[in-house]
Design a protein around this ligand. Sequence first.
Ligand code: G16
Length: 543
Amino acid sequence: MHLESVLRSSARHAKPAGLTLQYGTAGFRTKAEHLDHVMHRMGLLAVLRSKKTKFIIGVMVTASHNPEEDNGVKLVDPMGEMLVQEWEIYATNLANAEEHELQTVLTNIIKQEAINMQDESSVAIGRDTRPSSESLSLAVIDGVTALESKYQDYGLVTTPQLHYIVCCRNTDGRYGEPSVEGYYQKLSKAFNDLVKQSPECQAEKECLSIDGANGIGSLKIKEMERYLQPRLSLQLFNDGSNGRLNYMCGADYVKVQQKPPEGIDMKPNERCCSFDGDADRIVYYYKDSGDGFHLLDGDKIATLISTFIKELLVKVGLELNMAVVQTAYANGSSTRYLEEVMKVPVYCAKTGVKHLHHKAQEFDIGVYFEANGHGTVLFSKTAEEQIRQLTKTGASEESRKAAQMLENVINLINQTVGDAISDMLVIEAILSLKGLTIQKWNEIYTDLPNRQLKVTVADRKVIDTTDAERRTVKPPGLQEKIDDLVKKYNMSRAFVRPSGTEDVVRVYAEADTQENADALAHEVCLAVYHLAGGVGDQPKPLR
Ligand code: G16
């Protein structure tokens, strides 16, 4: 095949010689100035994937929770899932090929996947609000057009909106109208129908404060707000009008720092939530009248949603198998509560939505959430059909009503990927229907004190993990050291893993008190620093 036009186009997006990047937890992510060639090549790869699958493929330009100067790319497969893992190696090979190797790498992918280059292809492109995102999305388009593919540029969208659009287009609209407007209509209809069933319609009276992380989520929630009134009133902070993206705000900042974002006006006992930079994560929080800060993270969200669904299943009289999928970061109390009180099976997957999503697909209803607030609920086709049937044929008024609520949840939750806006609406609806305050929700179980820290090392690949990232197998001696440290504290647990989105090693520790969790996290940081080639100053204690 003739790839001259690809090579000519590639020369305009030349790869800096010697630069190598790894496909990480959610695609490529690094400083924006290193990504022009990667974007162009991911445009090429999306076309190949589209020809192979005969479906539209999505390319989202975003670095999500990372600082504003970073950027990245997430590839979206036909049903709105993350790129299938078998293709990650092609992505890595393409991104790292020197200019003179590009033709061979492309030809190899085409051969290995037996792609017919005469087949049609189409790519859907979206981007976040970073200053670098517009030019990087043009680089994607250059890659797509170099292979003479069709494409549609959706411009500024949240990551979950692009996932939704890809799924809608590939299912001939059965999942919804393939547009941002269609997304607003589908979600707001499901939300309004659901909340309407609330006896007191509490949501009409309450206001939710949203920290938009100065990102795309704030733009989109402004557009959507009119669809939600009067049932939900919102107050938006960090809307991007002056602050920097993710700087001292956003879901990751709030979760990791365990404190409120800057720029939000928090009134005692009022519900607040934070989105991340591309609006695929959400965490809730409030401050009490004594100024104490309370965080309700992905674990609390998973518990709230799975409890609600389980209660409805009982009313409907359906025996569907439901499970919750978490990661190693899940608070020990949440896992215990789900297993022992809720009697819901819990599974632990590796960090990364792609891993959790995969596991959750094994159940009739799979609820997956990372502690950082990234998650959703998946309903199998059988579960959806049975629930829809029972909205008409349920044995009693009560069971038909419960089936309708479940049907509304199915329509409201974005099943393609974790979605801050959709999750927020599900949570708001549940709180309203159950007449739950954020304090009561928080009291369902008490989190074990925990701490998350980062250590910078020369090469984070020296750390290798096993057992869903709960134990290290490399470098030698590190796991033994962590085991010894954990033994010093009560109710303690700790693990380390190389981040797949930042050039750091992440450290997590929990224990009976905050002081102990902090001390354990610090000691584990020191172990990583000494045994895994720490750079810069030695980690300092937190207090
Ligand atoms: C991405 C992934 C998440 C993951 C997070 C942190 O989130 O989609 O599944 O938890 O990165 O990953 P790591 O600890 O490997 O850096 P986002 O919201 O940044 O795209």
